[in-house]
Design a protein around this ligand. Structure first.
Ligand code: C2E
Ligand code: MG
Ligand code: MG
Length: 515
């Protein structure tokens, strides 16, 4: 039936409506064709086909957009994770830790349960890197990270801040609880680590800090670092909680460090000399140069007050260099003005760090040449406990010194843990036995037997012994009767300024022959 020509076909109205809906985004719009199946219905069917086509194309587009978005999000998460992770150990990094700290500090204001941060650092990690290379060092750091992870609870944040420094954030805890966790970490790190078939033991020092008032995350880390630094220096405790007193002590030390740098140039260092004697005759076979710092406001400072600072801050190289040159110049002067024994030696203490410097042997050679002193009259003393066992550089330096012709002593023997077998492989001539090993030798029969055995071992290794810290006549006599040949200590003479030792060397001072 043909449509009326008077009235507008209603299907045209529906078509217009449909086009508007489609254009408005409703891709489900469809129009029912009429039973007439005339040309308008053909347009309607065309419209429906087009609408379906559009819907399908749009769905495909949406699926693709969704896929792309998911990929982008994944990449974004991965980047975020990477920017918060330490690539070597896979624990968090400093940035992540600071973010978590910020959050924990804010949360604490609401819950009144403060977070605590533990900062820890290995005590002798540098030795591994130096002796086995960085590959081995990396392996150790991975093991350390795993051990820390095992020692803490889920929800605690473990981060590596760089080098051998790690931190743990305990989000809500007490100082007592933080100490328990710190002790657990120290305990797990005290187990030895095996790398390249060699076993290493690292201690760890831990500093603990909790936020107070308006402490920022960064300041909290400074507090933890200050506590850790104090723990490192404390012989009795490897765990320390922050206390404002520590901050003061640290400021004092860093002031001393900067003063020490200029002290060398300002001529504030002085050398005192202590005799080393032959026990049987009291003959002075040499003197040991011991440095003191004539501090403008703090008075005369002893080496234990500033040598460790010089070692930490690197100024030990300048300090040792000054001692060497000043001591040799003094020796040269004595050689020309006094009638010294041919075998008379000057002993100079050298920080173990010197052996890690390629130029050290040349520096010693130059100092000897500048003072015109024969190398045979110089003995360098190296503290046993500080020798880094067997790095190539150390071996190189020791061999170089040996070839140069200077004497080499092991100082403070008995305070470290080296075996005589190890010492035998070092090109050393003399072992200076630490005073802690002879304290009761005059009265204690067990100590006497120990000294005899020790002496036998030292000689079996082809070395001689000097016994340090001889304070009484009884000690001196006992040592001599046990077969010891050389000693040093207050009984024979305290360390004194050059002028005083000069009087002794010139024969004005009394000898103490022991017989
Ligand atoms: P050291 O080389 O073992 O020096 C011996 C220390 O024992 C000296 O302390 C000396 O005064 C002390 N002493 C000597 N006889 C006796 C005694 O009978 N009884 C007691 N109780 N003590 C005695 P000082 O001068 O305080 O030196 C301490 C350490 O500082 C030295 O130990 C040495 O390791 C280091 N040192 C000193 N001067 C230098 C230096 O120029 N460079 C370097 N790198 N270290 C130095
Ligand atoms: Mg010494
Ligand atoms: Mg000593």
């Amino acid at each position: 039936m043909p449509a009326s020509t008077d009235a507008l076909d209603p299907r045209l109205g529906r078509l217009v409506e449909g086009i508007v809906q489609l254009a408005g985004g409703d891709l489900t719009t469809r129009i029912e064709p009429s039973p007439a199946r005339d040309d308008i219905d053909a347009v309607i069917i065309g419209f429906n086909l087009m609408a379906e086509e559009l819907r399908a194309a749009n769905a495909e587009l949406e699926r693709r957009v969704e896929n792309r978005t998911a990929l982008l999000q994944q990449a974004h998460h991965q980047m975020e994770r990477m920017s918060l992770t330490d690539p070597l150990t896979n624990v968090y990094n400093r940035r992540a830790l600071v973010m978590s700290l910020d959050r924990a500090i804010t949360d604490a204001v609401e819950t009144a349960e403060p977070p605590a941060v533990l900062l820890l650092d290995l005590d002798s990690f540098k030795g591994v890197n130096d002796s086995l290379g960085h590959g081995a060092g990396d392996l150790v750091l991975k093991i350390v990270a795993q051990r820390i992870l095992h020692a803490v609870r889920e929800g605690d944040i473990v981060a590596r801040l760089g080098g051998d420094e790690f931190a743990v954030l305990l989000p809500a805890t007490s100082t007592a609880q933080a100490r328990v966790v710190a002790a657990r970490i120290v305990e797990s790190l005290s187990q030895s680590v095996t790398v390249d078939d060699r076993r290493f033991n690292f201690g760890a020092s831990v500093g603990i800090a909790s936020p107070e008032g308006t402490d920022s995350a960064e300041y909290l880390l400074v507090k933890a670092d200050t506590a850790m630094y104090a723990a490192k220096r404390d012989e009795n405790s490897s765990i320390m909680a922050f206390d404002p007193v520590l901050l003061y002590a640290r400021q004092r030390r860093s002031q001393l460090v900067s003063e020490l740098r200029s002290a060398i140039d300002a001529g504030q260092l002085v050398l005192h000399y202590q005799p080393v004697v032959e026990l049987a005759t009291g003959r002075i076979e040499g003197v040991e140069a011991l440095v003191r710092w004539n501090h403008p406001t703090r008075g005369l400072l002893m080496p234990d007050d500033f040598i460790p600072l010089a070692e930490e801050s690197g100024s030990i190289v300048d300090l040792d260099g000054w001692v060497l040159r000043a001591g040799l110049a003094q020796l040269r002067q004595w050689q020309t003005t006094l009638e010294l024994d041919d075998r008379f030696t000057l002993r100079v203490n050298i920080s173990a760090a010197e052996l890690q410097r390629l130029e050290f042997v040349d520096d010693v050679r130059a100092a000897l040449a500048a003072a015109t002193v024969d190398p045979a009259h110089l003995v360098l003393e190296l503290t046993e406990s500080k020798l880094v066992t067997g790095t190539d550089l150390e071996q190189y330096s020791l061999r170089g010194l040996r070839n140069l012709g200077v004497g080499l002593d092991i100082d403070d023997f008995g305070t470290g843990y080296s075996s005589l077998a190890y010492l035998r492989n070092l090109p050393m001539d003399v072992v200076k036995v630490d005073r802690s090993l002879i304290g009761d030798v005059a009265t204690d029969a067990r100590q006497q037997r120990f000294v005899v055995a020790l002496l036998e071992l030292i000689r079996a290794c082809g070395m001689e012994a000097v016994f340090e810290g001889v304070e009484t006549r009884d000690q001196a006599e006992m040592l001599r009767s046990l077969g010891c040949t050389n000693g040093q200590g207050f009984y024979f003479g305290r360390p004194v300024p050059a002028g005083e030792i000069e009087a002794v060397l010139a024969g004005a001072g009394g000898h103490h022959p022991v017989n």
